[in-house]
Design a binder for this molecule. Structure first.
Ligand code: MCN
Length: 762
């Protein structure tokens, strides 16, 4: 019996679906104080002294000075990057509407919020730079910046590229994507308390990266890391928003340290939409040169990312522009490439690596170019893709990335075949998106970004207790992905156990090995491989002990069904574990004490790429401009699938987010930097009504760099959907001559296009 590959129901759902989960806001302490933040009402101003409200209801108020924290500094070691500190509470200057400048503590959350509203601060307004255009023309918003670019890189140059364009068919595209919110069901939240006995600040926080939160808090408070313990209990979604450290989390920890009281904070939806981290506001000006057969000859891109007012810890504001420029060629062979990428500072909240990180944008760009090239050259756009997809692996691209084997053409062909019978015509269109997704970046791949904090490796512990059940402890930190199930499946197979006999533990810096957390679709590939190695080490030790007890060789021992089987005898793992712990004198000489091992995993080179093709059918309503999606097909390849139902759930959730980005979601700001979207009445997230059934088909090209064969896939749905929907809408509009290259696609734009076509005809 093997468990990997089985659609085992998620173990964590037992508690989560019965209300037995424990989220940060469920944790309560006696004498708990609640925190609220006083936030800037304007996008740009110099600020003076903070005046606390004259009310006894408020327990304490801290501003930047009285809280006394070191600024947060996220650094890239590259000359094109300007490091700018982020104060934990704004000091001297506010740079976006919603920026916190004081923390208020009170006996309950309502009083704390009322107190925060009464806080006064002297303000001298400054010109707000709320768009990339305004920012590039305006005064720097941080000392040390010129032209408001945190990062301005030309990572790929080609002096001869213009010559190539001069002799080729050129397709140009200006693509824009709106600023969006990650929108986890559970907003950010934390509870910090000073443990007098252990002399330790214990911080429960809704995060994807417990160890990075620990570093940020320890550094801000000048504490050694051992004096900070970070716990991530159940986390109600993160989507990248929680893989960076919020200044509120540091402020709450600092307030607990200063007062000695337990302090809790839970973000409300207004704060989540206006004052947390956003993503994906980008503009790409791209031209591509094709020969008359539709083969791509060159690509030239100018990429601008509005990364907001601060560089986030630990990834920095370089994450979106660097990802976009490095990965733009994607699944295609691009012989020549030139790119410039900028991370532009504006008076808006900072951006975090929201699910997909620039890949929804670059895939929309590449897929837009392929479709347009097909139209210009009179070649079926699916055929244009086929002619350009990478077909021989490993393939090293012009961007220096080496792509491991995948099923690029197969997934396109399969998807096209599945949609072959679908009708097209005015108001009904079909769109495709082919892409690859780099997953499981190892240390070497991350090091190319030149971050001060370079993630990559992962470590796992596996421990069998005296009753023969196993606990696996990893530094990855699930927040909805189902690791308790999939990592148990991997472990169970190696030890001949049932997954119910394996417990997966994460999210406690005191208990887990040092780890980088969960982001970048890394946990199956990197974390899962560390778990498998640890389980193998444990199995080796068990086999050694069993061989001794059963008087056979280690090679003869098989672990199966909760037993170590010898030639014609056996011992249950429960008996073996009991004996190993309580009768250590019966162990073979030289075997280490206990049944506890540790193993790490990293991958060298470019990492591993999963791939997929999304195909979608859309119907347009000429009256309302609404887009209906009667059919959505995904053909994806993430190597060996550990758990098909979890993978399908990830794809569905991702596609839903991608459809949201394609058709609805937009955090709009006025020129003054005021957010126009502050509630879910204004921020249109798709509901079950807008999301179609999603057909999912799998291809499996096992990963060559690990033993499990699994590649990651947690972001794929989000990556493919905007491009596929955009192409389908443009297909349905092809009779109008209008091509949309902006997401979200707005109903008014579709209406106008259809009305225009109607006028021309009559
Ligand atoms: N898996 C599998 N077989 C594979 C690959 C993955 O069974 N070949 C399983 C994994 O074991 C894991 C899940 O699928 O249970 C996702 O695995 P992986 O692709 O490694 O991604 P991570 O676990 O590292 O998750 C990160 C990814 C990212 S970057 C974001 S953002 C994201 C996402 O996953 N945010 C999510 N999925 C989310 N799902 C939920 N519910 N909530 C979020 O906030």
């Amino acid at each position: 019996m093997t468990w990997v590959g089985k659609a085992l129901a998620r173990k964590e759902d037992h508690r989560l679906l019965r209300g037995r989960g424990r989220f940060t806001a469920d944790v309560r302490r006696t004498g708990l104080l609640h925190a609220a933040f006083a936030r800037s009402p304007v996008a740009a101003a110099r600020i003076g002294a903070v005046r606390a409200p004259d009310t006894r209801a408020v327990h304490a108020v801290f501003d930047a000075e009285s809280l006394g924290c070191a600024d947060v500094l996220a650094t890239l070691h590259r000359p094109e990057f300007v490091s700018t500190p982020m104060p934990v509470l704004a000091r001297d200057r506010v740079r976006y509407a919603g920026e916190p400048f004081a923390i208020v503590l009170a006996e309950d959350a309502y009083t704390a919020e009322d107190g925060a509203e009464l806080i006064a601060v002297a303000q001298e307004p400054l010109e707000a730079l709320a768009s990339m255009c305004a920012a590039l023309a305006g005064e720097p918003i941080h000392e040390g910046l010129t032209a408001n670019t945190f990062l301005d890189v030309f990572p790929f140059e080609d002096p001869d590229i213009d010559r190539v364009f001069a002799d080729a068919y050129t397709v140009e595209l200006e693509f824009r994507s709106a600023r969006v919110a990650a929108l986890p069901m559970e907003g950010r939240a934390c509870l910090a308390e000073w443990d007098e006995r252990d002399e330790q600040l214990v911080v429960t926080v809704s995060t994807q990266v417990p160890h990075q939160v620990r570093t940020a808090i320890a550094e801000s408070l000048w504490l050694p890391e051992r004096q900070v313990r970070v716990l991530a209990p159940d986390v109600g979604g993160g989507f990248g928003l929680k893989c960076v450290v919020g200044r509120e989390e540091i402020a709450v920890a600092a307030a607990a340290y200063r007062t000695g009281r337990a302090i809790a904070w839970s973000e409300d939806r207004v704060e989540n939409l206006t004052a947390s981290f956003h993503g994906h506001e980008q503009r790409h000006l791209v031209r591509a040169a094709f020969d008359e057969q539709g083969r791509l000859l060159a690509l030239d891109a100018d990429i601008r990312c509005d990364v907001g007012a601060y560089s986030v810890f630990p990834f920095t504001s370089g994450v979106e522009p660097l990802m976009a420029a490095t990965e733009l060629p994607g699944a295609y062979r691009v012989p020549r490439y030139r790119a410039r990428a900028r991370g532009i500072a504006t008076n808006k909240p900072p951006t975090a690596p929201y699910r997909g990180v620039s890949r929804p944008q670059i895939v929309a760009v590449m897929e837009g170019l392929m479709t347009e090239a097909g139209r210009v050259l009179g070649i079926d756009p699916v055929e244009v893709r086929r002619r350009n997809l990478i077909t021989e692996f490993p393939y090293t691209g012009v961007n220096g990335i080496t792509y491991d084997p995948g099923s690029y053409t197969e997934s396109l062909d399969r998807c096209a075949e599945l949609l072959a019978g679908e009708e097209r015509g005015p108001l009904r269109g079909i769109g495709f998106a082919c892409f690859n997704e780099r997953t499981g970046y190892g240390t070497e791949a991350f090091a190319a970004r030149k971050m001060e904090f370079t993630p990559g490796y992962e470590i796992a512990n596996a421990r069998m207790d005296p009753s023969g059940t196993v606990t696996v402890i990893t530094g990855t930190s699930a927040h909805g992905q189902g690791h308790e199930t999939t990592l148990a499946q991997v472990t169970a197979d190696r030890l001949g156990l049932h997954p119910d006999q394996v417990r997966v533990r994460q999210g406690d810096t005191e208990a887990t090995p040092y780890g980088w957390g969960t982001f970048g679709s890394r946990s199956a590939m990197i974390g899962g491989s560390a778990v498998r190695s640890a389980a193998d080490r444990l199995a080796d030790r068990i086999r050694r002990i069993a061989a001794h007890l059963l008087e056979v060789t280690e090679e003869e021992i098989e672990l199966s069904d909760g037993k170590a089987l010898g030639r014609d005898n056996s011992i249950t793992l429960a008996d073996l574990a009991r004996l190993s712990h309580f009768q250590a004198h019966r162990l073979p000489k030289g075997v280490e004490f206990g049944l506890e091992v540790q193993a790490g995993f990293d991958v060298s080179g470019s990492g591993t790429f999963s791939n997929a093709t999304h195909g979608v059918v859309v119907e347009l309503d000429p009256e309302t401009g609404a887009v209906r999606i009667p059919r959505y097909v995904v053909v994806e390849d993430c190597g060996t699938v550990l758990n098909p139902s979890i993978v399908d759930g990830q794809v569905r959730g991702g596609v839903a987010q991608g459809i949201g980005a394609a058709l609805y979601e937009r955090l709009h700001y006025e020129e003054s930097g005021q957010p126009e979207v502050a509630s879910l009445m204004d921020y249109l997230a798709p509901t079950a009504q807008e999301i179609p059934d999603i057909e999912i088909h799998h291809l499996e090209t096992p990963c060559l760099f690990n033993e499990t064969g699994a590649k990651g896939m947690g972001e794929g749905g989000t990556i493919g959907a905007p491009a596929a929907v955009l192409n389908a809408v443009n297909d349905a509009l092809s009779h109008t001559g209008v091509r949309i290259s902006e997401i979200p696609i707005r109903a008014e734009t579709i209406q106008r296009a259809l009305e225009g076509a109607c006028t021309i005809r009559t």
